[in-house]
Design a protein around this ligand. Structure first.
Ligand code: ADP
Ligand code: MG
Length: 644
């Protein structure tokens, strides 16, 4: 009959300095199913090294290891992980419990890696702990348990997948004699059930409890003595609960573990997130502010009226000659109004005059406009009426004042019907225009709207106008209309001594300018997000080093390299995702404050930008969590376990 474990000429050496340190020198050893073996030897004799080889935590340098007739050297790392998970159960001198988990949670870990359904493994873990006298301590964390209790939790963990072989490396080494005694009797009990128990110790009293004592010194077997007695029959029908959890459930497990790890290191997790929070908050805010200001500017432009062209004398705004160019006259407007593509024309003439009302004096712009001007320019009245075609025809002195004028001249009284002296001309107020918000802060100048005919006759004394506002027919293309107006007027004047402003052009220019600005500032915010991502990577790398012994333990109880990688990757993604949510909240909070402060425009948050922010936080987690995750998964479990 082949023994359960057969070692033939096993050696293990470590590179040291320029040469090699050989720790095991050709170990030959057979262990049968159901044996209780103690490996004894002085400190440094190679006991732990041998134990790690036995438990498939480490590979021998040379020699053959046949486990149940199978050559271990032929197995891949995933197969070895499966063996550690299901065939072996490790018990360590220093327990190696995960401090952020309860006793129950610790016992469940190997079953999670095995894929046992949650309810099954919880029942089983609770039953095992109950059996080991820990029934009342299921929810205690390792820090709240004594050494003996912690060792019992670790024995329960070794049993949760119903291991056939229990490997205990100095299980009583850190315990007082009473607790040590209890642990030994538990191991004896497990052996009596048919489990193979291999225990490493330097204490001959402990070794005396075993049926077979193998003494090693300097990596060689010195003696191998068996006490006669019967070896328990191989009962061993695994009852760890079959059935595996679907992928989604495994993901949920990984998420739960990541959350536990984050909860255990709240401050560190928060600091890791901080870069992401700031990055996401600034990207979302900047995009919202950009969109808000763009919409505000567009609203202002639409106040100016759509479908309108404005014709002014001169080359362009700021042309010093424009005041003297008198070729743009009323007749131009009259002729233009006859063109099919022009819906209406409203001439503007203006004159600056001193207003007097009672004791109050102020300078105002008298805007001479046509009766359609209010419609064309989108000006609405809060009070009274505007003037009509008849008023224009008879050069009426009825006028509309704007809010600024109203506040300057009539702070406490109703302006309707009052007569104001503008220069030498008396004007009667018949309406008040609503304040228009043109540009930040609005305008501070005073404006009075009067029929253009009145302004021409009373103030200017000529038929030249300071501008024509044309409303273009609805179905006409603006660019085409602009071109036609240009050709028409050039023909009339003999030269192009005017310029045309197209509101659509202004709108397009402003839109593209704000878009450029938004892209620019968003780029800066994205850089800050990258910096945040590098911060995440940095802290995750440090956290891998800090959690080396946790990673070693997880591998010892059967985690695959892919499990470790997934765990760290999920942690990174989770940190970034939570950071992203917090960042979006911060951005929304910023928007509320912005509103309270009462700015002229509000940030506009789009669902798209928020979704993009969340997606990029996930992406950052994946990208910057990858390196730490790979680092963690590449750790050597033996080296990792010996830390801490
Ligand atoms: P024991 O458990 O019997 O006290 P170990 O098996 O832990 O002894 O170690 C045996 C020898 O191997 C010691 O001299 C130790 O320094 C050496 N050793 C163990 N692990 C390593 C390693 N990873 N690298 C180099 N030397 C090691
Ligand atoms: Mg040791």
């Amino acid at each position: 009959m082949t023994p359960l474990i057969r070692l033939q000429g096993i050696t293990r050496s470590y590179p040291s300095g320029e040469g090699e340190l050989q720790v095991l020198h050709g170990i030959d050893l057979d262990i049968a199913q159901g044996e209780f073996v103690a490996i004894i030897g002085a400190s440094g004799s190679g006991k732990s090294t041998l134990m790690n080889v036995l438990g498939c935590l480490d590979r021998p340098s040379t020699g053959n290891y046949l486990l149940d007739g199978r050559e271990i050297a032929e197995l891949g790392s995933a197969d070895l992980a499966a063996l550690r998970r299901e065939f072996f159960g490790f018990v360590f001198q220093r327990y190696h419990l995960l401090s952020e988990m309860t006793a129950l949670g610790n016992v469940e870990v190997p079953a999670i890696y095995r894929g046992t359904p949650a309810a099954t493994r919880r029942d089983r873990a609770a039953a095992l702990l109950g059996r080991l006298g820990m029934g009342s301590r299921l929810d205690h964390r390792p820090g709240q348990l004594s050494g003996g209790q912690q060792q019992r939790v670790s024995i329960a963990r070794a049993l949760v997948n119903d291991a056939r072989v229990i490997l205990a490396d100095e299980p009583t080494g850190a315990l007082d004699s009473h607790s040590g005694e209890e642990v030994l009797s538990i191991l004896e009990e497990l052996n009596a059930e048919g489990r193979t128990v291999i225990i490493v110790t330097h204490d001959s009293k402990v070794a005396a409890r075993a049926r077979r004592v193998i003494e090693i010194a300097d990596g060689r077997i010195l003696s191998d003595r068996s006490t006669p007695g019967h070896t328990p029959a191989a009962k061993m029908t695994p009852d760890a609960g079959k059935g595996t959890v679907p992928v989604l459930g495994q993901l949920a497990e990984a998420l739960r573990m990541a959350l536990l790890a984050m909860r255990a290191h709240k401050l560190r997790s928060f600091l890791t997130m901080l870069g992401i929070i700031i990055g996401i908050a600034s990207v979302v805010s900047v995009v919202a502010l950009g969109e808000g200001s763009r919409q505000q500017v567009l609203r202002n432009i639409s106040d100016l009226g759509t479908n309108t062209l404005q014709v002014f004398p001169g080359e362009s705004f700021g042309d010093t000659r424009s005041g003297r160019v008198t070729t743009l006259v009323l007749e131009d407007g009259t002729q233009l109004a006859r063109q099919s593509y022009v819906a209406s024309v409203s001439p503007t003439v203006s004159s600056s005059q001193t207003l007097r009302y009672g004791a109050t004096e102020a300078t105002a712009q008298i805007s001479g406009v046509g009766e359609q001007y209010f419609d064309v320019a989108g000006i609405t009245l809060t009070q009274g009426r505007s003037f009509d075609a008849a008023d224009v025809a008879r050069m009426s002195q009825d006028v509309v004042i704007d809010q600024n004028t109203r506040q300057s001249l009539f702070p406490d009284e109703d302006p309707m019907g009052k007569v104001v002296m503008a220069g030498k001309v008396p004007l009667r107020v018949v309406g008040v225009a609503k304040a228009s918000q043109r540009g930040p802060g609005g305008s501070t100048s005073l404006t009075i709207y009067a029929p253009y005919s009145t302004v021409q006759a009373r103030y200017i004394g000529s038929t030249s106008v300071s501008g024509l506002t044309l409303r273009i027919a609805d179905d006409v293309d603006m660019a085409l209309a602009q071109q036609s107006v240009t050709e028409f007027l050039t023909l009339r004047h003999g030269s192009k001594d005017f310029f045309i402003i197209n509101n659509d052009q202004i709108r397009a220019t402003i839109t593209s300018t704000t878009e450029t600005m938004t892209i620019l500032i968003a780029a800066i915010a994205v850089i800050s997000l990258l910096v945040g991502g590098i911060g995440v990577m940095n802290i995750m790398l440090v956290s891998v080093t800090e959690r080396i012994s946790e990673i070693g333990l997880r591998m010892a109880v059967g985690a695959r390299r892919s499990d470790i990688r997934a765990q760290f990757l999920i942690e990174a993604v989770l940190v970034c995702l939570i950071g992203g949510v917090a960042g979006v909240m911060a951005a929304l909070g910023f928007g509320l404050i912005f509103e309270q402060v009462g700015s002229s425009f509000q940030p506009v948050y789009s669902a798209a930008s928020i979704i993009a922010a969340m997606a990029s936080s996930c992406g950052i987690g994946l990208v910057f969590g990858y390196l730490p995750a790979v680092n963690a998964s590449r750790l050597d479990p033996v080296a990792a376990l010996s830390v801490g």
